[in-house]
Design a protein around this ligand. Structure first.
Ligand SMILES: Nc1nc2c(ncn2[C@@H]2O[C@H](COP(=O)(O)OP(=O)(O)O)[C@@H](O)[C@H]2O)c(=O)[nH]1
Ligand SMILES: [Mg+2]
Length: 201
C-alpha cells in the first residue's frame, strides 16, 4: 500500500467553535484528548514540520479548533484539550460538549485519534467521548503517548492494562504505544490513517 505524503501538510483555518466551521467536503480525522497530552506535537511530528501546530508548555492555551490539510480533500483537526483544573469548569465543559456535538453531527469525520498520557491513563471525558464515537461507529485510535518516559516493561504493562480497561467497558478501539519525542509508533499510525482514508475514497 502506498503511503500518503504526510510532508505536504499545511495549515488551513482556525475556528473558535464548531458552529463556525465552514469547510464542508472531503474527509477528516480529529485529534483529541486532555490538555497537555501532546496533540499539537503529534501534528508537528506527522507533518514533519516543527512549528506547524503551536506546541505549548502552558496547558489549555490553545483554545481554537485548528484545521490542517493532509491534502486537498483530507484534513486533520487539532482540538483544544478538554479539561484542565486551572481553567474554569465552564471552559472545560465547553470543549467536551463541542467535541461530542462534532462527533455526532460531522459527516466528514472518518476517525478520531485520542491521546492519553501513558502515565495517567484514561480519564472520565476520554471514556465518555469513546462511547459516543462507538455509537456513531467512528473508528478510534488511542495513543498511549509519552512512552519515552517509562521503561519497556512498564510500557507493556500499561498497554495490557489499557486493552483490558477498554474491553471491560465494551469499547471498540485500536490502541498503540506512542512517543512523538522518540518517534515510536509513527509509521504504524500513518498506516492506520492511510487505510482509513483509502477505505473511504
Ligand atoms: N515526554 C514527552 N513529552 C511530550 C511528547 N509529546 C509532547 N510532549 C510535551 O508535552 C507538552 C504538551 O504538548 P502539546 O503538544 O502542546 O500538548 P496539547 O496540549 O495536547 O496540544 C509539551 O511540553 C510537549 O513538549 C512526547 O512524546 N514525550
Ligand atoms: Mg495543543
Amino acid at each position: 500500500m502506498k503511503l500518503l505524503n504526510f510532508n505536504s501538510f499545511s495549515f488551513l483555518k482556525s475556528f473558535s467553535c464548531i458552529k463556525e466551521i465552514d469547510i464542508n467536503f472531503g474527509f477528516e480525522i480529529a485529534c483529541i484528548g486532555y490538555s497537555n497530552v501532546g496533540k499539537s506535537t503529534l501534528i508537528n511530528v506527522l507533518s514533519n514540520k516543527k512549528k506547524l501546530s503551536r506546541v505549548s508548555k502552558l496547558p489549555g492555551s490553545t483554545q481554537l479548533i485548528n484545521f490542517f490539510n493532509i491534502f486537498d480533500n483530507f484534513r486533520i483537526i487539532d482540538f483544544p484539550g478538554y479539561g484542565y483544573s486551572k481553567f474554569s469548569k465552564q471552559s472545560q465543559l465547553k470543549w467536551v460538549e463541542e467535541i461530542k456535538k462534532f462527533i455526532s453531527y460531522r459527516k466528514y469525520l472518518i476517525g478520531v485519534i485520542i491521546l492519553v498520557d501513558i502515565n495517567f491513563f484514561f480519564k472520565k471525558n476520554d471514556l465518555e467521548i469513546m462511547n459516543v464515537l462507538n455509537k456513531k461507529k467512528i473508528k478510534i485510535i488511542i495513543l498511549l503517548n509519552k512512552c519515552d518516559k517509562i521503561n519497556n516493561f512498564l510500557k507493556n504493562e500499561k498497554y495490557i492494562l489499557a486493552k483490558k480497561k477498554i474491553l471491560s467497558l465494551k469499547i471498540k478501539a485500536d490502541i498503540q504505544i506512542f512517543s512523538s519525542f522518540k518517534k515510536i509508533g509513527i509509521l504504524q499510525l500513518k498506516k492506520k490513517i492511510n487505510s482509513l482514508y483509502i477505505k473511504k475514497i
